[in-house]
Write a protein that binds this ligand. Structure first.
Ligand code: AMP
Length: 577
């Protein structure tokens, strides 16, 4: 790519994305990206980087694509002038909505890159006269992002389809393909996390560590690229109401492992079983953000309200829980509050929520002063700052003990369990707060994972690398309620965690033992037993068993087990209680 763009359009971005996908060597991908990013103006640079993460908006942006399959199908068929159903057929060939878009548009318009539709609006399609090849339909990247915003903000589905069709119609098939890939969250160009950071560092000749640090502080690669371009990376810092990726804990086998990894003193905090949330506060304005950075304030008006009158400003990290008069209620109670945009007064009274905070990400040194980041400050000092804050009844400090040995850690674990908590998160008091990283400064210790042996009753074609194989399994346990013995009731669905060879072999088996095809889903002979691991199982109307697993994954095949010996509904009920 040796053309020079002042305003980056979508088509060259798409060419670079294709180039990255076609380049196998990491250094080649980075060089390609760096050269391209260097050529862009600040606004296009920020958008280009965000799109390379596979998202239409920065990770910390509460807007999500939220465009349904039906809208993409309708818009693409309309622009391509294709018959209803054509998109579905194209999708079945590739299991990739972007590829299906390209196939339909290119079939209608094979010479699109050289032969734009007559009657186009030059202002919209030739944003940089003299740079963009005149005959190419294209739009500047910020305009594409603006169109994404309009699509997401449109309330009526028909308007979304119109806006998307309009956008696709103003692009050539390759650019349109990538628009759909980004909008549907399925970019898949082999751009591992970290490569983009290296490309930004390379493009503007900045140290990679500074780029990474700035990214942790802002959570926005577009913003970081702008700062790198302007040589202002040192100024990156967390902002109020722009959530950061939370710091994560690594699993540990047992107390001995933790003691030998971290060494004394060991800071053991209770591991609360709720939902991770970041609390941002400036004066009376409070917002809560979930682990995936969504604004969930409206779901927890009781917690936000309790924080609003406090005399400090800052960003805290912690866990939302169902809590009554200081007592933590089981996770299943909190579930009643989730999935509702705004709980009714009845729900708020029936399931009161609370917040347990265990970290401070940023705090104003004193009231009225600007909020200052604490990312590089050791945990011991962050905790001291946290303990000095005035907190209302509904907001509590996480339980923390300092211990020296593995035996004391085991005792702390039992005490945490006795308090109704999941286990411990043991932390290095010297460590900084590293957003989005699963390092060894936080180690979690919890009850051994449960597994269930389940029967595969349905399969589906996978996605991406697994698009030609039947790798998504729906599985069931045996009903053992009186009068229903022997029936299979579904309890979960998971992508296979098996090896490629096992998946290929199982695909052949499922193909030969399909009972009925229901679109992409196939009912299969209920013979194959798999061991499924999960974090938790709880009541749910989603599956026939009345239970659903959280984070199920297929641990292994159990060829040694006949379906008649798979686990039962009573076993599920026992694990759920
Ligand atoms: P897991 O979900 O099992 O990977 O465990 C990590 C999660 O535990 C975090 O994302 C938090 O939501 C939660 N958690 C509960 N208590 C703590 C704590 N004291 N420190 C850090 N994370 C905690």
């Amino acid at each position: 790519m040796n053309r020079c763009y002042t305003i980056g359009p979508m088509r060259p971005w798409a060419e670079i994305a294709s180039g990255v996908a076609a380049t196998s060597r990491t250094s080649g991908k980075i060089a390609l990206l760096a050269g391209y990013l260097r050529s862009l103006d600040p606004d296009s640079l920020a958008v280009a980087c965000v799109f390379f993460t596979g998202r239409p908006f920065p990770a910390a942006d509460p807007r999500t694509a939220g465009i349904g399959w039906a809208a993409v199908r309708e818009a693409v068929e309309r622009v391509a002038g294709a018959a209803p159903g054509a998109f579905g057929e194209a999708y079945d060939r590739s299991s990739d909505p972007g590829r299906a878009t390209y196939d339909l548009l290119a079939a209608r318009d094979p010479a699109a890159t050289r032969d734009p539709t007559p009657g186009h609006t030059p202002a919209a399609r030739d944003p940089t006269p003299g740079h963009t090849p005149a005959a190419t339909r294209d739009l500047p990247l910020p305009e594409v992002q603006g169109a994404f915003a309009a699509i997401v903000e449109a309330r009526r589905p028909a308007v979304r389809v119109d806006l998307l069709a309009d956008l696709l119609g103003r692009l050539d098939p390759l650019a349109a393909m990538y628009v759909v890939k980004v909008l549907s969250g399925e970019l898949r160009i082999g751009l591992r996390e970290g490569l983009l950071e290296s490309a930004v560092a390379g493009a503007f000749d900045r140290p990679l560590a500074e780029v990474r640090h700035a990214l942790m502080a802002t959570g926005d690669i577009g913003e970081v690229a702008r700062l790198a371009r302007a040589d202002r990376l040192a100024g990156a810092s967390p902002s109020l109401f722009r959530p950061l990726q939370p710091m994560l804990a690594s699993p540990a086998r047992d107390a001995e492992e933790i003691a030998s990894r971290l060494g004394a003193p060991l800071w053991a905090e209770d591991k609360y079983d709720g939902i991770r949330a970041q609390l941002h506060k400036l004066g009376p304005e409070v917002r809560l953000f979930s682990r995936d950075l969504h604004d969930i304030t409206r779901q927890f008006p009781d917690v936000a309200g309790a924080a609003a009158s406090l005399p400090w400003d800052g960003i805290l990290d912690g866990e939302l829980l169902a809590m009554e008069s200081g007592t933590i209620l089981p996770f299943a109670r909190l579930q009643n509050r989730l999935g509702r945009v705004a709980p009714s007064a009845g729900t708020l009274a029936a399931v009161p929520a609370g917040y347990v905070t265990f970290d401070a990400i940023a705090l104003a040194p004193s009231p009225g002063e600007p909020v200052a980041p604490l990312l590089d400050v050791p945990l011991a000092e962050r905790r001291a700052r946290l303990e000095a804050l005035e907190l209302p009844d509904r907001i509590a400090l996480g339980h923390l003990v300092h211990v020296e040995t593995a035996a004391e850690l085991d005792a702390a674990f039992d005490a945490a369990r006795a308090r109704g908590n999941e286990g411990l998160v043991v932390k290095d008091p010297e460590s900084g707060y590293t957003p989005g990283r699963r390092g060894l400064a936080w180690l979690k210790l919890k009850k051994a994972l449960a597994t269930l042996d389940c029967v595969v009753v349905g399969v589906e074609l996978g996605h991406g690398r697994r698009h030609g194989v039947l790798s998504d399994y729906t599985f069931a346990v045996r009903d053992d309620r009186p009068g229903r013995e022997g029936a299979l009731v579904t309890v979960g669905k998971a992508y296979s965690g098996l090896t490629d060879a096992e998946i290929a072999e199982m695909t052949r088996w499922f193909e030969a033992h399909t009972l009925r095809r229901l679109g992409r889903y196939r009912l299969v002979e209920p013979t194959i037993v798999v061991e499924v691991a999960f974090d938790r199982i709880q009541p749910s109307a989603r599956h026939g068993s009345g239970y659903a697993m959280r984070f199920p994954r297929i641990a292994r095949l159990r060829p040694d087990k006949p379906a008649s010996e798979a686990d039962t509904l009573s076993a599920v009920a026992a694990l759920a209680s």
